[in-house]
Design a protein around this ligand. Structure first.
Ligand code: PMP
Length: 352
């Protein structure tokens, strides 16, 4: 600690992301990246970037990219906001839209960055308890609030809310911004983007890090009515008016244009998820029904899941363990290729 730290800095608990080992040959099932590469068209687009495009500042409005996202979803470009990963988009959302007099609500087990941003921006918040089966009860959000944020599917449970449930939540809170964090929606959920034109209080946030295999590029996107997006644009321009670099803009345009590749990779992950789930259940695990590219699985019988996590690490397989109430008995496992999932299933019996 330095005596120059502000009060805010003193209060901050830095968020610790999943391990990103650099030099080891590991089966990496810990941070929900895609096990498949991005479309070859993306790699070609990056390779073909002209040096002049690197010399110049990128388009600060990302006009072509916003138009491409708008066309993809049947929206207008002024309903699209871009940032360096959905983490940055969400940080702008917290600062620009969720700093209200009343507390922000989010599920009591959810993406662990939300309380970090609340600390950073001085936002009061309340956690809304999950059901005994980890499900989100949308009616439990019926209390005074200055905003609601819910991942759908939730993380790290993988449980999905239906579009009807999301619609009801947004409709029941007309005076609050309701943010649906759809980082994992492409693995079996129905996006709330289709509701954007019906509700001026709905903001949908997505990432290209998971289903589009572009975590290394850092691209996130938000969709909402123009007035909400304009608010985010003001916050962004006060930080850094060039959120997406020229390489990312070119790569994402190519990704959006290759729908077949995108669908096929999602379908393969979904098929592997079901296979992995059955394999773990055959070993005695209980597995929450996931609509994401990860599963939350418990070996049960009061086994020491932290020790199991370390034992797998010794074998070169890294998954995620959260030393937190309610989920300490579980491992979060990213769905890899079938070969990676098999390596995990083969390693487990000796460790159980
Ligand atoms: N939201 C949720 C629920 C996540 O799990 C993640 C990934 N850790 C993010 C947002 C952020 O993803 P990114 O910054 O890579 O877009």
């Amino acid at each position: 600690m330095s005596r120059f730290w502000s009060d805010v800095t003193r209060r901050l608990t830095p968020y610790v992301p999943g391990e990103q080992p650099r030099h080891e040959r590991l089966i990496k099932l810990n941070t929900n990246e895609s096990p498949y590469p991005p479309s070859p068209a993306v790699v070609a687009a990056v390779q073909q970037i002209e040096s002049d495009a690197l010399r110049r500042y990128p388009d600060p409005e990302s006009a072509r990219l916003r138009q491409a996202f708008a066309d993809y979803h049947g929206l207008h470009p002024d309903q699209v906001f871009l940032g360096n990963g959905s983490d940055e988009v969400l940080a702008h959302v917290f600062q620009g839209l969720l700093q209200q007099q009343r507390p922000l609500l989010f599920p009591d087990i959810t993406y662990s960055f939300y309380p970090v941003w609340c600390e950073l921006y001085g936002i009061r918040y309340e956690r809304v308890p999950l059901g005994a089966d980890f499900s989100i009860d949308t009616s439990a959000f019926a209390r005074p609030n200055g905003g609601i944020i819910v991942p759908n599917p939730n993380a790290p449970t993988g449980l999905l809310l239906s579009l009807a449930q999301i619609r009801a939540l947004v409709a029941a809170n007309p005076d609050s911004v309701v943010v649906i964090d759809e980082a994992y929606i492409d693995f079996g959920g129905e996006s709330a983007i289709t509701l954007i034109n019906d509700f001026d209080n709905l903001l949908v946030v997505q990432t290209l890090s998971k289903s589009r295999a572009l975590a290394g590029l850092r691209v996130g996107v938000a969709f909402g009515q123009a007035a909400l997006i304009d608010g985010l644009q003001r916050v962004k321009n006060s930080f850094n008016s060039y959120p997406l670099d020229a390489v990312a803009q070119a790569a994402v345009l190519a990704s959006l244009a290759d729908e077949d590749w995108f669908r096929e990779c999602c379908d393969r992950v979904i098929a592997s998820r079901e296979r992995l789930t059955r394999g773990l259940e055959a070993l005695g695990f209980s597995v929450l029904p996931s609509a994401a590219n990860f599963i939350l699985a418990s070996p049960g019988n009061d086994r020491d899941t932290g020790a199991l996590f370390l034992a797998l690490r010794e074998q070169g397989i890294i998954v995620r363990y959260f030393d937190k109430p309610r989920i300490a008995g579980y491992l979060r496992i990213t769905v890899g290729t079938d070969a990676q999932c098999d390596a995990l299933l083969d390693a487990l019996p000796a460790l159980l």
